[in-house]
Design a protein around this ligand. Sequence first.
Ligand SMILES: C[S@@+](CC[C@H](N)C(=O)[O-])C[C@H]1O[C@@H](n2cnc3c(N)ncnc32)[C@H](O)[C@@H]1O
Length: 891
Amino acid sequence: MGGTNDKERYRKAVNAMKDLGISEKRVSEVLKKLFRLYDKNWEPIEDENYRVLADAIFEQENEVENSIDNMEAPFQDELGVPPLKRRLRSQADVASPSSETPLKRSKIREADLPLVQKIRSVEHEATQSHMNDDDEQETPISPQSFSRVDSEEPSQLCLRDRTDRASQHIKSKGKEPVFSSSTCPGDDTADPNSLQKQFKEKQTEHNSPQRTNRLPVRSSFGVCFKEPKVEPGIILLRKEKFTNSRQNEGLIKPKSEPAEDFIPFEIPLAVMPPASPDRTNNDDSLRRDGCSTLSGCTGQVNGADIQPVCVSTVSVNGAEGLSVNGCIGRAKGADCSTVSGSTGQANGEDSMTSKDKQDGISGRGCKAATSSELANVPDTSKSFEIASSPLGEVKISLTCNQALEQPDFRLPSLNAVLNAVEDRCLRSFRILDPNFSMIKLMEEMCKSYLELSNKAPDPKEDSLIHLSSDFNFLKNSNLRKVLSGEGGIRMPTSLHSSDEVVLPETPSILLLEGPNCHHKEKGDGNINGEMYVDGFDSNSSDSRGLVVIPQHVSTIGVGPRHDVNDISKGEERVRISLINEVTSESFAHPFYYIPKNIVYQNAYLSFSLARIGDEDCCSTCFGDCLSSSIPCACARETGGEFAYTLEGLVKEEFLDECISMNRDPPQHRHYYCKECPLERSKEGICDPCKGHLVRKFIKECWSKCGCNMQCGNRVVQRGIACNLQVFMTSEGKGWGLRTLEDLPKGAFICEYVGEVLTNTELYERNIQSTGKEKHTYPVLLDADWGSEGVLKDEEALCLDATYYGNVARFINHRCSDATMVEIPVEVETPDHHYYHLAFFTTRKVDALEELTWDYGIDFNDHSHPVKAFRCQCQSKCCRDMKRSHRTKSRR
Ligand SMILES: C[S@@+](CC[C@H](N)C(=O)[O-])C[C@H]1O[C@@H](n2cnc3c(N)ncnc32)[C@H](O)[C@@H]1O
């Protein structure tokens, strides 16, 4: 058993199923069972163009889907069903009472009973055999354990049987129309040549929120994982080394497994150690001008496709000089060394892909290696191929450096990893499209990479992406953090207290510009012709990174592009331009411009009209409240007088009080929480509350008021009205905000906009920080924290403008005599737990003057583990003592 004949037949079966869009892995699993069932006899399996095989695969898939559909969410979690999809699924189920009931879904067609039953028997037998080698007795499975479906039920027709359809198709493949319109009314898949299309549609159907029945777990239909193939340059090692206990858990292991001699059933993915310079450069026996292939797999290569159980080195290509973690495809015409391991039995030709053969390079330069050479292959790093361009020239792989050697390391399934990433994306990047798929995204990346690498370089442009030949830098990089939604920095900052809070990072992966790109703090950033990415550690040999971006394009690598003529994308009433007259640094802030706050996830914000009592609105007012002789109810908050003048400025007295509070907080009243959310979120002992300034609020009219939008008591809600510009500061503060027009004292500039987070969410964002980030953008909405008993977490709110924010995220700090002061403003809700933080000028400000704000940092509090930044505010009253001493001594 396990001879060439078997291999050929196995391969044929795989190819036949491939035509139906079924992955080799799925085929292998089922084939293995059938093979046992039919006593290693191929005929019944091959009969009718593999009808039995197709039936069994589809049936098994139906069963898995059904059982998962019927599971409780926690179990679906374990299986990696994405929460969004789960939500959609349950909505769809509720919305469609007529859709399949769980009972119906769990049914199995009567016609298929014997086959399924038999397979189960075999599985059962094998399990028993696995559990107790001496126990050869078959435990009968009762037919009653399978429900029956009324095959006459019309509503079942469309839903039911891809099994039937596939079988019919197989029977008459290529000869006649298979799916008659009578099979399923409205079915447009009757085209005999479009089975692939049909399965694609199945997939769409699965992913569609409108779907009324089930959403699948990831399967070979749901997401097309790239089936592993042996590429030139892949070293195949023994699969035993890469199995782990988890994978084995689900396996049926009969006493003897002849089928495994030729069917690589167990490990679903190629495991590829990435190119290490040592290996590729020093080990000539394994490298021949481009690629080496070792095969040590017991399951082995036969022609074009293969091989789940492969361990490969890198395909290093000579031609383009590109290597992405060893995953760039072999350059055409490169030689190939093939090494056969002891049990693996590939010859050079067999291990070539079909494309290789087309290229006419099959076997050229291939040489055999011994199993001792194979054993010398360092095995410290493993990569899992995840996605690739259509022909496999570019691939993305995931590397687990040395992780596999760790005793506790458990190889997660790719499904679980992808689901986790998709979850993170849903949370962190607001990706709401249920069809969003990481795999597709990565495939697009491969395609784009390929396209760009094939494009003749424009001599005027230095714009091609240079990817590091070693992606190990991801280990330490911000890029990884950002892509995974992690990131942050511990720094002391709070608007107005010296409390240390943990702040999120700027996702500073980004991508410097053109040939001049450099990072000030990291030397010239150019190592081996590659540039540093902002935030990467120049001391680490791993720090080579991405350089994208041609000089003339203001864009970023991850996130949106920004229009330098209006970074607000037209979301504000005025345009907000951006300019850099100081450095060559491009604008590379990976944030989304939002003009209004948006809740991130758990923050509790309730804007119901019912909560606004008569005393908190002016429902009988008309026109402009400020023109009325008697102030309306909305002035109650400010002591019966409106805070704004008829000119729309904050009244001087009110403003001065707010300024004074900021300049000298100890002189003003503080609230002390019984249990401070800031302290509560820290680990260890919960320190007493350090106090929160009792602030003066402005209350604006709102929707329950009778006045109009031009009412003088609606200033902040009308949005930015003056001409602002984001500019590069000359003092080393990075980007800043300035006015392009003269402004009077008390003028509204903008509000601080960002994601509304709970204090815990902010804390969680930041415990994942790397501590290297340059800029941070959180503020606390803590004005009311101390006034209530014990604040629930969902009521302890913060704003974080790191990923989503408005122009205020560019406002720099200035100690004490800043040009702006922040004032809390109520608009939608009369209570103080959520409010808008609005900036007003503290004095007359001239055109082109920087707009600054006192963050309230206590630079002298040395208990802070990390200082926010070295203050460059240039104020005579600068509180950063070191900075001011240094400045004085230089004078
Ligand atoms: C809210 S951001 C302001 C915009 C920031 N300059 C930028 O380029 O994105 C706050 C960060 O700006 C920098 N910054 C703000 N004020 C500063 C000051 N007075 N001196 C030095 N750096 C300052 C610090 O890196 C701080 O973490």
